[in-house]
Each structure stands twice: as C-alpha cells, then as structure tokens.
Write a protein that binds this ligand. Sequence first.
Ligand code: ADP
Ligand code: MG
Ligand code: MG
Length: 202
Amino acid sequence: MAAAFVRRAARLVTADADRLTRLDAAVGDGDHGLNLSRGFAAAVEALPEAALPGKVLIAAGRAIVSKTGGASGPLYGTALRRAGKALGDAEEIDAAMLGAALRAALEGVRELGQAAEGDKTMVDALVPAVVAYEAALGKGESLAECARAAAEAAEVGAEATVSMRARKGRASYLGERSVGHLDPGAASTVLVLRALSDVAAG
Ligand code: ADP
Ligand code: MG
Ligand code: MG
C-alpha cells in the first residue's frame, strides 16, 4: 500500500502541476507544481523493492528532501519520513497505525516549519485532515473510511486558506495581498491525502 500511495501521489501532483504552479505564481514564486512533481518523481524512482511500508515511506521522504527545491521539499520529505518511522517494522498497516503515522507527519511539519493553524500553509489542510481521521477512527470506521474523511477535511481546510493572510513562507512577503488566494501547499496536501484515500479505497 505504501508504494502504491507514493505512485498515486506522484501521479496526482504531476497531473495538477500547472494548477499548483499558478497558485504559487499568485502568492509566491511559481514553482510549487514543478517542485512537487520533481520531488515525487524522485520518490517513485527511489522506491525500494519488496520493503516494509515504513521503509518505503522513509526512502520516499529522503528522495523528496534531496531532490525537491523550495520550502515544500523538506516539509513533505519530513512528513513522509516521520510517517515511515511511526510505522516502524510493521508488515500490515491497520487504521490506528495509519492514524499514528499521519499524526507523526503533522508533528514533523509543525516542528520543521513552525507554522501554526491560520498561517496559510499546508498545516491548514493537514491539521483538519488528521483531526477528521482520528474522529473517524474513534467511531470505529475502517481505514478506507478514515482516509476518505481525512481527504475531505483537507479540502475544506485548504479552501479556508483563501481568506487567510500568510504568516509563513514566501507568501508572507505579500502581507495583506496574500488574502484572497488559495495556499499552494494546502492545495498539494489535498492531492497527497486524496492519493492516500484512493489507495486505501483499493
Ligand atoms: P517555495 O516557497 O520555497 O518556492 P514551494 O513553492 O514549493 O516552496 O512551497 C510553498 C508552500 O510551502 C506554501 O504554499 C506553504 O503551504 C508551504 N510552506 C512554506 N513555508 C512553510 C512553513 N514554514 N510551514 C509549513 N508550510 C510552509
Ligand atoms: Mg514556490
Ligand atoms: Mg521556490
């Protein structure tokens, strides 16, 4: 499932690279689509054969950190590496384990980027996703249902960045002028969580 997720994420960010780049052109330097499609292509290249899910995510995360420019490379790479570490040596991933991995990914992003909710970053998509995942998990829902809840919540969270003023990353240089634009990193986070949900749905 881990390798299929990385491949699916690569496909979705590449398919939407132009849109991500346009979003980034409005508030940043217009390279987010290129950064992520390069990074995830490198992750696919680096996928180890027949490895445990945790090892797959760690390898993918390392490749993203080393091959992706910009702020987003280290953030996504850290997210995947932390998720992989949380999975440890598990051979099969259940809903609770995936929830712990998502939580670890979020903590990694927060630690590295120091962004809080409302700062208009990928954190604004990731936090509601993890919260929704955990809520679904608490109701005893399946891994696929939890992942779908996470992807849907990420989308709502990303939409909410439109009205926010950026306080982190390049968009923060725009100050008040960043208001009215969707954050590119929040938009790409939606794609990555959709990839997870797609793969979980089988
Ligand atoms: P760069 O801004 O270096 O060109 P990208 O365009 O690839 O990098 O990524 C920009 C995205 O990275 C932003 O839209 C935002 O979501 C995310 N980002 C930037 N800084 C931070 C941060 N400190 N914490 C969390 N996310 C951040
Ligand atoms: Mg950029
Ligand atoms: Mg850049």
